[in-house]
Design a protein around this ligand. Structure first.
Ligand code: GH3
Ligand code: MG
Ligand code: MG
Ligand code: MG
Length: 313
């Protein structure tokens, strides 16, 4: 009843097959009061490789949106007791949610609903009955564009890790999370030692390779929930959720040891070792974000004063 019969011809199947994979690693939220439709969509999306959660009403959707991070929201309009319209404000006024693509999938097909949804911030509007292949293709297109946009806006082109802009955004998400589920969380501030002399001695290109090598080394030691960002020139920051200050110190010391003894880059075939100084600060709820960053930067600076090549809490 929701789905219109549709078969892809061979040519279209080839197109779909050769589209870059976007489903893997993407998480969708399906919000609809119709249980039959929800489980149909969940099943189809999962076959494509998406992770999918479902909500049957607005309050449950809000609960999930507070707790998890989604790549796209699929929203029904006619629901009880609150209509889908009541989720728009919640999503669009939250700085951590407003960039998440929002697709309306509704039995309402009146022009008033379509216009209203787009002005409220919807990215697409699909009317029921729908063809799954079209819905899937539209979701693909939105996710692809969003990922390309995020790559450009939120990643550092030299090292591929997150940039300052993403860090500033994501740290708010982490703080909201920890406010709801109290747990320890630490920030590590890293600054390469005598980096200017690496540039001066070996050239800027080697300096760049060192930055890439250190970013790579750090990335390899992270858990999936940790966030690494390039904060400035040769400075990196890492947010470690669920990690106390002393635990963070032990962890970054082990990374420092790797950078010291293992090559982070090559210079004319010669392994290149570096050291860095790091400061750690454990989050406490009396702190502002600015203070949290400043305290870890201060600790890093103290490590420099102490002779570099070390970590301080
Ligand atoms: P300290 O141990 O006190 O941190 O000394 P330092 O030389 O590392 O500190 P300083 O802040 O004086 O030098 C940072 C240098 O990083 C200066 C700048 O030219 C270099 N730098 C910043 N961004 C880049 C980059 O993208 N590539 C390269 N190759 N160098 C960069
Ligand atoms: Mg409905
Ligand atoms: Mg510096
Ligand atoms: Mg430095």
């Amino acid at each position: 009843i929701y789905e219109q019969e549709y078969d892809l011809d061979e040519q279209q199947e080839q197109i779909v097959k050769h589209a870059p994979a976007i489903a893997l690693g993407s998480r969708l939220l399906v919000i609809d009061d119709d249980e039959v439709l929800r489980s149909y969509l969940v099943r189809r999306f999962k076959i494509e490789g998406y992770e999918v959660d479902e909500a049957n009403d607005v309050p449950n959707a809000q609960k999930l949106l507070r707790e998890y991070t989604y790549d796209l929201i699929l929203l029904d309009l006619m629901m009880h007791p609150q209509s889908g319209y009541e989720l728009f404000e919640f999503v669009k006024e939250d700085p951590t949610l407003k960039w998440v693509p929002l697709v309306v999938l509704s039995g309402r097909s009146h022009i008033h609903d379509k216009v209203r949804c787009f002005y409220l911030g919807a990215d697409d509007f699909i009317t029921k009955p729908f063809q799954y292949e079209e819905l899937s293709a539209r979701i693909y297109s939105l996710l692809k564009r969003t990922k390309d946009f995020e790559q450009m806006a939120f990643r550092d082109p030299l090292t591929g890790v997150y940039n300052r802009r993403f860090f500033d955004h994501q740290i708010q998400v982490e703080l909201q999370r920890v406010a709801r589920y109290p747990a320890s969380m630490s920030l590590v501030f890293i600054d390469i030692d005598r980096f200017k002399s690496i540039n001066d001695t070996y050239g800027h290109h080697i300096g760049d390779l060192v930055l890439q090598g250190l970013a790579h080394l750090l990335q390899n030691h992270l858990r999936t929930t940790d966030m690494l960002a390039r904060f400035g020139g040769e400075e990196f920051v890492i947010v470690l959720p669920g990690t106390s200050g002393p635990e963070a110190v032990r962890w970054i010391e082990s990374v420092l040891e790797h950078a010291r003894v293992g090559p982070v880059a090559q210079n004319e075939g010669q392994p290149f070792h570096i050291t860095f100084s790091a400061g750690v600060c454990e989050w406490s709820k009396e702190m502002t974000v600015e203070e949290w960053i400043k305290y870890s930067d201060d600790a890093m600076y103290a490590a420099k004063q102490k002779g570099r090549n070390g970590v301080l809490l």
